[in-house]
Ligand binder design. Structure first.
Ligand SMILES: [Zn+2]
Length: 286
């Protein structure tokens, strides 16, 4: 068996999403007023030199819409609806509905192998540990963290030769990732909030991408006579996180099988057409 860790193919998401249950597909065919914060974030990313197609992928906005904004055709916002204050983190209110689609990717990274630690003065540190052999994947994780929490700087800390930690400090991480809690994830309930469900239901492929990037792999089974077949596996100790993985597969029509041991469960995606479908969202190698 040859390990072939999945990689970060660009999010060719608009052209690759073949499913009618995709939020993006819907958005392209109805009139949508994007939130002011999303437009501002797009303009900020442009100033940083990020290409329009990448801005669109990051924010979950069609490329053409982003091109309009960058050309100065920004939408009018007759009514702004700021949520004034969040009592939980004592900061500005959160616009969960306005979070970009890439939130689902960060959620997958966090649920797979992420960790939130409390620091002094109510600050929390989100960290995702990744393999240094996959720099594109590290870049994608860091970029997504910056998009979701633009006020915080994203740091990278090397641990030995193979492990790099992508991290960000904010008082608001537990608000954005409310699955945070004491103990390990498999020892506590991992239920998505309604707003998280709405995002994940729209872009299940991005959740799978995050889960596999952090806690899964794509490997190649080999056999007699040069037989080779790619396969995905996702391993986790939390039954609820495994269920989420399966749920996202179901949303995309990807068949899966599962095995369980007392300590952990594994979900496999093995049939050729299902691996090809999952490749659209994850990709075989960066
Ligand atoms: Zn908050």
């Amino acid at each position: 068996m040859v390990q072939d860790h999945v990689g970060a193919s660009p999010w060719g998401f608009e052209s690759l999403q073949p499913h009618s249950n995709c939020v993006r597909t819907v958005r392209e065919h109805v009139f949508v007023t994007h939130r002011r914060a999303t437009v501002k974030q797009a303009l900020r990313l442009k100033e940083q030199g990020v290409p329009a197609c990448q801005i669109g992928s990051s924010l979950g906005v069609p490329r053409k819409t982003v091109a309009d904004w960058l050309a100065g055709r920004v939408p009018l916002h007759p009514r702004s609806s700021p949520i004034e204050h969040c009592a939980a983190c004592d900061g500005p209110g959160h616009s969960f509905e306005g979070l970009p689609a890439s939130y689902a990717y960060l959620l997958g990274l966090y649920l797979g192998d992420g960790y939130i630690a409390r620091h002094p003065r109510g600050v929390y540190r989100l960290r995702i540990s990744l393999d240094t052999r996959y720099p594109d994947l590290v870049r994608e994780a860091a970029h997504t963290m910056a998009v979701i929490m633009p006020a915080s700087r994203v740091g990278r800390v090397l641990h030995g030769a193979r492990c790099i930690e992508v991290c960000s400090y904010s008082k608001a991480w537990p608000c954005l990732l409310p699955q945070h809690g004491p103990g390990q994830k498999h020892e506590r309930s991992i239920r998505l909030t309604e707003w998280q469900e709405r995002i994940v239901h729209g872009v299940p492929g991005l959740l799978l991408r995050g889960l596999i990037h952090s806690d899964g792999c794509r490997f190649v089974n080999t056999g007699r006579g040069g037989w080779r077949a790619p396969r995905y596996s996702f391993v986790n100790r939390s039954a609820q996180i495994l269920d989420l993985f399966c749920f996202a597969c179901d949303r995309l029509g990807i068949r899966w099988t599962t095995t369980a041991s007392p300590s952990k469960g594994t979900v496999y995606v093995s049939r050729q057409e299902d691996v090809e479908l999952l490749d659209l969202y994850v990709g075989p190698k960066m």
